[in-house]
Each structure stands twice: as C-alpha cells, then as structure tokens.
Design a protein. Structure first.
Length: 692
C-alpha cells in the first residue's frame, strides 16, 4: 500500500513505458454501472464485489458511455485519478478514432457477429470520443493546471485493436447504413494473443510490442476522425452503424448528420487550441500517418474558408466532404492493411493552433446556419446525395440540440439568453412539470392512414395503372375503398427494387425499367423512411415522445450553470436573467415538488435539513459536526467544508497539526488545494464565510 502519486513517480522513474502506462491507467474501483438502465427488461447485470471466499475484490465493467459518464463525476471526488481516467480512455481508443463497446478492469471488448442471434450488431457509437474525453481533460486542467502539457510528447499511449474495418469513402456514400465489416481473422488473432499476453494482446501491435503514441496524437485523432465526416451546415455524418448517446435515435444512422456532436466538437477544438497555444513554439512528434491525415484535413478546410461568408451550395458541400472523406479513408485503409510504419513526423504547436482555428471557423459557420426561425437550434439533420451535390433536410426540435449548443461555447451571452427564452416558449416545455421534453409530443398517423399512394401519383404512372388493370399485385394493390397501396411485404426500398427487377424480365419489363427510379422516389415520399428516427419518434416511453428525460434536463441545468459562472461580475441585468433561468430549471427537476405535481414521491425524503452533520474522513474514520444557524456543510475529497452566510468573504483552513490559516477571498492557494485533492490528511476542515 502506498499513495497514488508515489506509485506514479516510482513507476515513471524506471523508464519502462509499458509499466508506466499500466500504472497510470490503473483505477482501484470496486463497483460500476455495468450496462444501461435496470428498469429495462433486456438488460442483465453482473456486479462482483466479493470473490468466492467472500473477500473484497477490485473489479469494474460497463459499456463505454456509462463507465466514462460515471468517471466524470468520480473525478471530482477523486481528482488525483483524473489523469488515470484519461489514460484508461485513450489507451482503449482505436487507431481509426473510435472506441470499443465495453471497458473493464482487465481491458476492453467489442461486439461480435452472431448469426444465430438476429439482434447481434457491430458498430461504433458516434459521439463518445468527444464529450466524455473532453470533460475529463477539462477537469484535469482545473484541478492540475499544466499536468497535461507534460504528456503531450510522451509515447505512453496505445490503440485498441478492435476488429472492425470501416469501408472506403466511396462505399460510405453508396450505402451509409452498411459501412463496417467484421474481421473474423483479426478477432481470432487478438483473442489468441490475449490468452498469452493478457489484456495487452488486444492492443494494436508493432514490431516490438504495443504501438505507442503521444497524447498529442491521440487528442488529434479524435478531432480528425470527426472532421473527416464533417458536412458543412449539416453536422457530423453518422455513418458508423451506431447512433449517438441516445439509441432511441438509432434509425438516423446512415443518412443522419449530427449537430449535437458538432457542437461538442466545437468545444473540444477550442480546448485543444488553448492547450496548443500555451506551448509556444514547442514541437512534438506524431506518427507519419496521423501527420498526413492532419495535413489533408487542414488543406481541405483552409482552401474553402473563403466560402464561409454565405450559404454553402449543395455542390460545394459535397466537394468539401469528398476531400475530407477521402483523407480519412486513405488513412484508415493504410492502417488496416499494415498498421503504423513507425516513421515519425514533427508538428509545431503554432501550426496545430492554426489548424484548430480554421476548423472552428467552419464549425461556427455551420452553427449559425442551424439556428431555427423560432430561436432554437437543430440537433440532427438528414443528408442525401444528389446529382447536384449533398442536399440537407432538417428534423423537428430536440432538447439535446439546445443543451449541446449552449455547452459549445459558440453563443454569446445575448444569443444564449435568446435560446433559453425561446426554449421556455417552445413545444418542448411542459407547463405541468415546469420542465422540458426530449422531443415534442405530436399525433402519429393511425395504421389505416399509412401506405396510401396519392391518386395523382397513380394516374401519372403508366406502370401502376397497367398493373392495377391486370390485377397484378406484385407492386401495388387497390383496397375496397379504392385507395392504392404498395405491396405490404415491402419492408424497405430494397424489396421494391427486387420486385421491379423481376418485372423487367416479363411483359411489363419496359415500363419497369423506365419508371423504376420514379417509383423508388414515390415509395420514399409515401413512407418517408429517411426521417424515421427510431423510438424517439414512435414510442411514448424509453426516451420517446412526450417524455421528460431527467438526465438531459440535468445537463441543461449544468450548461446554464456554466454560462452563469461566466456571466458573474458582468452586466447585472443579464446575470439576473441567467439566474432566473437557472432557478426555474432547478425547481422543475422535482426535488421540491409535491407528489401530486411530480406524479411520484420526490427524490428528497426529508422535510428539513438535519442540524447534525455526519461524514467519513480520508482515513476512514467517522465524525459528526453540529451546524449553527445559517450554515451548510458538505465534503470535498472527504474534507468537511462548512459554509457560513455571514462574516466574509474569507476561507479558514484547519490543519491536522492544529494550526489554522486564513485566506482572504474565496480561493485557496495551490499547495492547500493539492493537499485537499490528493487526500493527504493535512487539511482537517475548512470554514467558508460568504459574507451574504
């Protein structure tokens, strides 16, 4: 047993990069949220906290999203492990810029194809490589300023060897719903190597062990992967067979384009720009392959900046995506074929800062283009490749889009206030709960109102008229009320295309060949499959229509709180407006509601705050404190902090050696902060006087 910082220092002094990597990513966790929500009948749980002899064990496992959502919160309680969380995250991310499905104490794993299981599926979730990593990076900078800078040029990071192969760019355009193949041989080889090496066997290997990368390289890859799928004024193309955080939108995969990920990518790039700019003229090495990808993305973005002074045409939109997509495709195919060559390239920090600035100009232009007439912002769009370029269609309003754009840093204070005002008067607001829906409630067409071909479309089609007169029901049929429907067996346009191909071999062949493309367009007009989102547009549960998703409302509250902190000390009227929005959101979360209003027992079971405060200190000892009138107690890193309304503003620190120290204002010095965050036991208690 030894302090965490001492473990890191001793491992680093030995000069073994693999040992240092393993030590740095080590997380002594005893419990985790394994997968999804326990209320859902398809989720199974296996939580191990004791071994067969009843001894306490260290073990955790869970899907990527849930693990790193939890670690974001845990990092504030144990900030000394924030960089370890970043190591765990980056060392399990892939060379093609994504992440495996599950992460656990002994490594990670991925979904596999099981032909006996119709619901088996593979793919990469779209947004997880951006916002979850960014929150950990931001927390590290807050708690440990400058610590990330020491890792930018150290080759301590690895790549997960997930046996997925994203198809070349041309294939993505041709069929964006089926874009990834499963490499069975790669899967078998990785598992065989893992049986010999342990979890490291699932890493991407080089000539002398795991392929290593610098932190700069890993951070760049997250941005480059997303920018390779950037469609101007539309968002980040969702073409990796999995949706974003919310699988209620799973049907958007393929034609869907995410502004949500673009908003978070904007915040991520702004963070990288600040990080790189702080390094001055410093240089760092990355693999030649990543440097080539970065150059290709940068060249494409810089060459098209002049077109950002107005709307982007469909042709220009596709031209830029072609350049970005091919750069990403060339990089992926080279890595899949032979891994990294080992050749290194030198990148200068000023150049990387300029690259981030160029990308930000493109993203900010797209953000402005996605402001709706009602003052809200689009969350997801739809793309369609046409002879003229890439056409973009918009979807209905969604709460996650408003949360993400508020978090992006792209909006000025007045723009943010305008959005919050518009949100309050939108169809997303639910007055009876004083809160917000994920998606607006709306009437859905009844079963008998679906699959009706307009009579005008029937009369314009010689093929349909001929088939109906002949009583041939292979394509369409007329019901007893005279309405015409497509064959009920057609689950999608592919089934219609197959039926048309059959017709081409018979007496209706000439008509089928001539009218086939128009009938496929008509089929899409009737069903509008492209706009189908999934559960979010058809269910009334599980993040569906009319649902308040308290998780997203809490994220909205956090986004407003971040803006509120920035507005403090500025314009008093503006600050008061932000504060009012913040308070309304808090009241709507349910803690203070009656059961009649909330529909259930509110989450706080107490009618009053107890006057005696109990806590466990960093050494594991139990204590109690009596609270005086007008005071509030909480713990930070297991140190009790007593906040007093009067007598300030100042901070009184009680040390374990019996001494005290007073800080004027509401900030501690770096040494005291470090002792608090590292749980050294040097700080026994803190009294905070607010002077209210």
């Amino acid at each position: 047993t030894l302090p965490h910082r001492e473990l890191l220092e001793r491992a680093g002094a030995l000069g073994d990069p693999d040992l240092e990597r393993l030590v740095r990513e080590y997380l002594p966790l005893t419990f985790s949220r394994r997968h999804g929500d326990p209320s859902r009948p398809w989720n199974n749980f296996s939580i191990r906290v004791r071994d067969s002899r009843g001894q306490r064990i260290l073990d955790y496992q869970g899907n990527w999203r849930d693990i790193f959502q939890n670690l974001e919160a845990l990092g504030h309680a144990y900030p000394g492990f924030l960089e370890s969380m970043i190591f765990k995250f980056t060392n399990a991310s892939t060379a093609d810029g994504h992440n495996p499905y599950r992460v656990m104490r002994e490594g990670f794993d991925w979904e596999v194809i099981d032909h006996r299981e119709p619901w088996s599926f593979i793919g990469y979730w779209g947004d997880h490589q951006v916002i979850y990593l960014l929150k950990l990076l931001e927390a590290s900078e807050r708690f440990h300023p400058g610590r990330l800078e020491g890792l930018l040029d150290r080759r301590l990071f690895t790549f997960a060897n997930v046996p997925y192969r994203i198809k070349p760019y041309a294939d993505l355009l041709a069929d964006p719903r089926h874009t990834i193949t499963f490499d069975q041989d790669g899967h078998d080889q990785a598992l065989a190597l893992a049986r010999t090496l342990g979890a490291d066997g699932k890493l991407l290997m080089g000539a002398d062990g795991p392929t290593r990368a610098t932190l700069t390289e890993k951070l760049l890859l997250v941005a480059l992967t997303k920018l390779a799928n950037f469609i101007p004024e539309a968002g980040i193309w969702m073409n990796t067979q999995r949706p974003e955080w919310n699988d209620a939108n799973n049907a958007l995969v393929g034609p869907g384009v995410s502004m949500v990920t673009l908003y978070y990518l904007r915040r991520y790039l702004a963070f990288l720009a600040r990080l790189f700019a702080a390094q001055g003229s410093r240089e760092v090495q990355v693999s030649q392959e990543v440097a080539t990808l970065q150059e290709g993305i940068a060249t494409a973005l810089q060459a098209t900046e002049a077109g950002l002074d107005g709307p982007v045409s469909d042709g220009a939109r596709k031209a830029l995506l072609d350049q970005l997509g091919r750069a990403g495709s060339d990089y992926r195919q080279a890595i899949y074929a032979q891994g990294f060559s080992g050749a290194q390239a030198t990148l200068a920090m000023p150049g990387l800062t300029a690259f981030c600035a160029s990308a930000l100009r493109h993203l900010d232009h797209s953000i402005q283009a996605n402001r709706r007439e009602d003052g809200l912002y689009h969350a997801y769009n739809l793309m369609k490749v046409t002879p003229e370029g890439i056409e973009v269609r918009t979807l209905y309003e969604m709460l996650e889009g408003q949360v993400a754009v508020l978090s992006s840093g792209a909006l000025g204070a007045e723009e943010a206030l305008g959005l919050l005002d518009a949100l309050r008067s939108s169809s997303l607001y639910r007055p009876d709960q004083a809160s917000y829906l994920l998606y607006p409630d709306r009437p859905l067409p009844a079963f008998l109102e679906k699959n009706i071909i307009p009579e005008g479309a029937v009369s314009r089609s010689e093929l349909l008229r001929t088939l109906l007169e002949a009583g041939d029901g292979r394509i369409v049929a007329r019901d007893a009320e005279g309405q015409v429907h497509f064959n009920a067996a057609f689950r999608n346009a592919d089934k219609l295309a197959s039926a048309l191909a059959e017709l081409e071999a018979g007496p209706f062949g000439a008509l089928a060949l001539a009218e086939g493309p128009q009938l496929l367009e008509l089929f899409e007009e009737v069903f509008d499959h492209q706009s189908f989102t999934g559960r979010s547009g058809t269910f009334y549960k599980y993040e569906g229509l009319g649902c308040i998703y308290w998780h997203m409302v809490s994220k909205l509250l956090l986004a407003v709180d971040e803006i509120l902190q920035e507005a403090a000390g500025g314009d008093a009227t503006r600050f008061a407006r932000f504060r009012d929005h913040y308070r309304e959101l808090r009241e709507g979360l349910g803690v203070h509601k009656t059961p009649a209003a909330y529909g259930a027992i509110p989450t706080d079971p107490y009618s009053h705050t107890p006057g005696r405060f109990a806590y466990v200190d960093a050494a594991g000892e139990e204590h109690t404190l009596d609270l005086e009138k007008d005071s509030l107690a909480f713990t930070l890193c297991q140190v009790p902090i007593l906040a007093h309304r009067v007598g300030g503003p100042r901070v009184l620190v009680h040390r374990s050696d019996g001494t005290t120290q007073t800080f004027q204002g509401l900030a501690l010095d770096a040494a005291t902060s470090a002792a608090l965050f590292e749980r050294t036991g040097a700080v026994r208690r803190i009294d905070l006087f607010l002077g209210l």
